[in-house]
Structures are given as structure tokens and as C-alpha cells.
Write a protein that binds this ligand. Structure first.
Ligand SMILES: NC(=O)C1=CN([C@@H]2O[C@H](COP(=O)(O)OP(=O)(O)OC[C@H]3O[C@@H](n4cnc5c(N)ncnc54)[C@H](O)[C@@H]3O)[C@@H](O)[C@H]2O)C=CC1
Ligand SMILES: O=C(O)CCC(=O)C(=O)O
Length: 394
């Protein structure tokens, strides 16, 4: 079987796809006929997914561009690439902190307005540069909201640059907690970040809690002269609040990865066009990770790095594996087992893991008779609690 992958958008790293191998064809069919999409930040919220679509690989971290609940209910497994671009974002964030505190944007603008001979410019520079004198990050306090793949890296490197680091993350993963330097102080109140930090950066997904977190209520707690950064998601920022707190002298510099006309022509604001994860290394990492997850899922039914289904890793040693995406309701597993038993098939292995409203069931069968497998599949397809049935032959 050849699996059809459709890349959506034009910036998927082709080298990262080359490892997929002969059983995968890239961009050979229409979106309608594809088994899987591989995408970056394209918005899928208005998409109508075809019944042929089994999976979406997001070559990046954030997945708010994908209607995940809709995917679950249609039996589409969504994968992302956790940590694949974290170093890229971290480097840009550290650069932007220094860029802001050294007033490089207004300084560069002022310099480009100085005309004449190099000697004349030099004279003007020595006279005028004091207006752009900045401050150093060493010894200052950075407050980090979200200590995941990106936030933990920012925390560790900021500490190495001599900063005092405080972090807020009520949902921190155990693996991340182990990776963070013991010098990073965890705070349990979000207000501690806004009250204590000279630099504030956010590295969370966009959620109900984080939408508008950069807004007047939190900004009112900040110190004067703070540098604020948002390289997470646009909707975290209330733009009018940013302008208000720049105008009242609280925010010295605001750096963001998300463009808005409100932010253009503002000396204290520096906007990058969603470049956080845009490095050659990150693109390759993320494409590789997403492509490998798709490959594994399509060929073996195993799930790793999915955002809507649990991790399921199980070696296939039987002639047939049937994978089911089913509603996470009582008795489904018993019903599945009963249907298998009706066909006089022996179950070699069964794994059932739920996540929210749906569950993933992996059924390895001690049966080589294709007709019996087909009859069982028909039964599964007719079951109202089962939304997706796949057969994988060893
Ligand atoms: N500008 C860009 O190009 C990029 C932006 N991003 C954005 O950055 C976000 C974070 O990326 P990663 O660190 O890779 O994700 P991650 O999933 O490794 O870390 C996110 C962290 O945020 C924490 N969190 C969730 N809700 C929170 C809350 N209300 N308060 C405090 N902490 C909270 C989680 O516990 C987790 O530790 C992504 O979701 C994405 O939106 C990610 C990569 C590139
Ligand atoms: O460049 C991209 O693909 C977007 C990166 C991003 O925002 C993410 O990975 O969440």
C-alpha cells in the first residue's frame, strides 16, 4: 500500500520528508484523496475534511490552527512536533530581550536619519547616542509564563546569562521540571511574575486562561521600564493595553511575533512576522518529527506525539491488527470483544486508551483468514460507537 501525504502550505522542509520511504507518495493526489496532511501554521478551522483523511501532522508546536475536537469526532489523529522548534524560539526571544533593552530599534532609526560624510555622521553619533543608552540583562529578573519546551530553555539560558529567573506554570510536565535549573524560582501566583519581573515572556499555548493574559489587569501590576515579549500566540496580547502601558511609561519595549497595524511605526515595539520557529534547523526537526509520527501511525497504528489521542506503542506480532477510534463510553470494549468472539477469532492483544470523549483501541488478532477479518470490519463499521476502523496487515 502506498500512503498519500499532502503537504499544505509551501514551507514544509523537503529533506525532512525524504525519510518517509517508498511506501509514501508526497503531493501526488488532491487533498480529497490524501491519507494524511502535513502542515505548518495554516488555518484549518473552515476546512471540510474528507473521509479519506486519517491523520494530520503539524510540523510545529502550537496546534490552535487545527480544529482538534472536530478531528477527534471524525477519527482523524492530529500529531505535533513537541520541542522541535523550541531552540529556535528561545534564541529569538533572548535576542529580542537584548534588542529591547539596548534601544536598538529607535537607535537604528535615528542613525539612518543622520546624513552627510562618515565624519559628520561620527560627530552626530558621539553627540546623540546618549539618548539610546540601554541597560544590561545580567542581574535583572526575568519572569517566564509557561515552562514547557521553550520556557524551560529560556529559563536555563537566562540564568546562564546572569539573570534571576522566576517561572509560573501550574501545569508543568515532570520531564520539564527535571530539566530546569535549580536556580529558577517557581512562583505559584501569576501576579508574582507581573509584579517582580524586569523582563516578561510568555511560552504557553493559546487557551481560555492565556487569551488576553497580556492585558490591563496584569499590566497594572508591572514595574516601570519593563520589557515584555510575546512569541507564543497573537491573541494573548490585548493590543490597546500594550499601547496604553507604553504611553504611560510602564512598558519600555514590547516585542512580538505577531503583526498588527496598531504596532507599526512605534519606536517601543518591534514586530517579527511569526519567525520564532523559522530556522532551517527547526523546520527540519519539526518536519521529521511530524513525518515520523505519521509514518508510524499509518504503517503500524502506533500513536506518538498526538494532541488528541493517547500514546499507544505496541509491537505487532499477529497477522492482522485492527485499530478503532471509538467513543469513550461504557461497554465499548466488551462490545468489541463480543464482536470478535462472534467471528471465532482469538485476540492476541488488546489495548484501549481513552482521552476525553474518544478512545483508541488496538486489536491484534490471531487470524489469517481475510474473509473473517472483512466480516469483523463490517461489524465494526456498523457500530454507532466506532468512528474509524483501519486494518493493518503484518
Ligand atoms: N512564534 C513561534 O513561531 C512559535 C510559537 N510557539 C508557541 O509557543 C507555545 C509554547 O510552545 P512549547 O514550549 O513548545 O509548548 P509546550 O507544550 O512544551 O509548553 C507549554 C507550557 O505552557 C504551560 N501552560 C499551559 N497553560 C498555562 C497557563 N495558563 N499558565 C502558565 N503555564 C501554562 C504548560 O504547562 C506547558 O508547560 C506553543 O503552544 C505555541 O503557541 C511555539 C513554537 C513556535
Ligand atoms: O513556523 C511555523 O510553522 C509556526 C511555528 C509555531 O507557531 C508553532 O510551532 O507553534
Amino acid at each position: 500500500m502506498v500512503y498519500q501525504i499532502k503537504t499544505i502550505g509551501n514551507n514544509i522542509d523537503q529533506k525532512g520528508l525524504s525519510e518517509l520511504g517508498d511506501q509514501f507518495a508526497i503531493d501526488q493526489v488532491t487533498e480529497e484523496k490524501a491519507h494524511a496532511f502535513l502542515c505548518r501554521a495554516q488555518n484549518f478551522h473552515t476546512y471540510k475534511f474528507s473521509e479519506n483523511l486519517l491523520a494530520i501532522g503539524r510540523a510545529g508546536a502550537g496546534f490552535n490552527n487545527i480544529p482538534v475536537e472536530q478531528c477527534s469526532s471524525q477519527g482523524i489523529v492530529v500529531f505535533n512536533a513537541p520541542g522541535g522548534n523550541a531552540n529556535a524560539v528561545k534564541e529569538l526571544v533572548l535576542a529580542m530581550m537584548i534588542f529591547g533593552s539596548r534601544n536598538l530599534k529607535p537607535a537604528n532609526k535615528w542613525l539612518s536619519e543622520q546624513l552627510g560624510s562618515d565624519q559628520a555622521i561620527d560627530l552626530a553619533v558621539e553627540k546623540g547616542k546618549k539618548a539610546f543608552s540601554g541597560s544590561e540583562i545580567a542581574g535583572k529578573t526575568i519572569g517566564i509564563i509557561g515552562l514547557g519546551n521553550i520556557g524551560s530553555r529560556v529559563a536555563n539560558d537566562a540564568e546562564k546569562l546572569g539573570m534571576k529567573v522566576i517561572g509560573y506554570d501550574p501545569y508543568i510536565a515532570v520531564e520539564r521540571a527535571w530539566e530546569i535549573s535549580s536556580h529558577v524560582k517557581r512562583v505559584t501566583q501569576l501576579s508574582d511574575i507581573f509584579e517582580q519581573a524586569d523582563y516578561i515572556t510568555i511560552h504557553t499555548p493559546l487557551t481560555k486562561e492565556t487569551r488576553g493574559m497580556y492585558g490591563a489587569e496584569n499590566f497594572a501590576k508591572m514595574k516601570k521600564g519593563v520589557v515584555v515579549l510575546n512569541f507564543a500566540r497573537d491573541e494573548i496580547t490585548d493590543k490597546d493595553a500594550v499601547l496604553e502601558y507604553i504611553n504611560n511609561g510602564t512598558i519600555q519595549h514590547f516585542a512580538t511575533d505577531f503583526g498588527s497595524e496598531k504596532f507599526y511605526h512605534q519606536d517601543a515595539i518591534f514586530v517579527t512576522p511569526h519567525l520564532g520557529g523559522s530556522t532551517a534547523e527547526a523546520s527540519l526537526n519539526c518536519t521529521r518529527m511530524a513525518a515520523n509520527s505519521l509514518k508510524r501511525y499509518l504503517m503500524t497504528g502506533e500513536i506518538i506525539n498526538s494532541v488528541n489521542f493517547p500514546r499507544v506503542v505496541q509491537e505487532l506480532n499477529s497477522p492482522y491488527r485492527i485499530t478503532l477510534i471509538n467513543k469513550n463510553v461504557p461497554n465499548v470494549v466488551a462490545n468489541i470483544a463480543a464482536l470478535v468472539s462472534e467471528q471465532s477469532i482469538n485476540i492476541a492483544n488488546i489495548v484501549n486508551r481513552g482521552q476525553g470523549e474518544f478512545a483508541y483501541t488496538l486489536l491484534d488478532l490471531d487470524e489469517s483468514n481475510a474473509d473473517k477479518i472483512d466480516a469483523l470490519v463490517d461489524q465494526f463499521k456498523a457500530n454507532e460507537n466506532i468512528v474509524r476502523v483501519r486494518v493493518i496487515q503484518r
